[in-house]
Design a protein around this ligand. Structure first.
Ligand code: ATP
Length: 261
């Protein structure tokens, strides 16, 4: 479903702030893979997602999504095929627009917002009902009035109204309180399972990295240094992951949030 071949990205080349964030990174995802991604601070995890979404063009390499070379495609074209959620619950929705308008925007295939049909309105309500947050009864309220957890749940529903070929989750529950984070994570799991989505999720929680999905990537210095799946992965513990990092990199993992969680 997704293939990256020798993808590299250097920020601020030729300056004192030069930073090689992706270094000839290659990966291959099968359709329906749900990959969790862990790694050191500054390993290039968010940069990998930004490269796939087209936030910037990569310096070299190729990105192929569902058989189509998207390496030079602009981000707004890729956005129709790739859902991207961030840590900040405020970033995925427009606060001044109502829930219905936000959903219409997410669900629109180039049509006009003013033409939200009765059928679409009912569909939006149906999508919100399973959240058990009462959002289906607040369709005409501005999204800015919702809590962070409600907004992140709405963002997730919006990102999957038209199921994307690829869903990228960049620590999307990290800014929520533990109870809300669990709710949004459960919602994530059920949406992924319902639509058989191919998904990559960055997390700082190593235990959930091993429990969620079917595959885990460990990143360091712009590379994937460990790729484990299925039976092999099911036998791993958090300590095995730490050991693996030390073996591969020659030093302890230095991600404070990861080690504290
Ligand atoms: N737009 C940018 N301009 C300059 N440098 C950047 C930019 N984005 C990322 N970097 C640098 O590239 C490196 C990789 O950053 P990235 O955010 O991808 O790491 P990460 O693995 O997501 O880290 P963390 O777990 O700390 O969020 C870091 O050194 C970062 O400072």
């Amino acid at each position: 479903m997704l293939e990256l071949k020798n993808v590299s990205k250097t920020f601020n080349p030729g300056t004192v702030n030069e930073k090689k964030a992706l270094d000839k990174l290659s990966l291959n995802l099968n359709e329906g893979d749900f990959v969790t991604i862990i790694g050191a601070n500054g390993a290039g995890k968010s940069t990998l997602f930004n490269a796939i979404c087209g936030t910037f063009y990569t310096d070299e390499g190729q990105i192929i999504l569902d058989g189509e070379d998207i390496t030079l495609q602009p981000d707004y074209i890729r956005a129709k095929k790739i859902g991207h959620l961030f840590q900040d619950p405020m970033s995925g929705t427009a606060p001044g627009m109502t829930i219905e308008e936000n959903m219409a925007l997410a669900g629109s295939k180039g049509g006009w917002l003013s033409h939200v049909s009765k059928k679409e309105k009912e569909l939006f309500r149906e999508k919100l009902r399973p959240l058990n947050m009462g959002l289906e009864d607040r369709m005409h309220q501005p999204v800015g009035l919702l809590s962070g957890g409600q907004r992140q749940a709405l963002t997730l529903v919006m990102a999957t109204i038209n199921p994307p070929k690829l869903l990228l989750l960049d620590e999307h529950t990290a800014a929520l309180d533990p109870g809300t984070a669990e709710k949004v994570l459960n919602l994530t799991k059920s949406i992924i399972a319902e639509h058989h989505l191919t998904c990559m999720m960055i997390t700082h929680n190593m235990q959930s990295a091993l429990e969620l999905g079917n595959r885990t990537f460990m990143m360091n210095s712009g590379h994937i240094i460990f790729d484990t799946a299925n039976e092999e992965r099911s036998k791993l513990t958090v300590n095995d992951l730490l050991e693996r990092f030390k073996e591969g990199v020659g030093k302890q993992l230095d991600n404070d949030r990861m080690l504290l969680s």
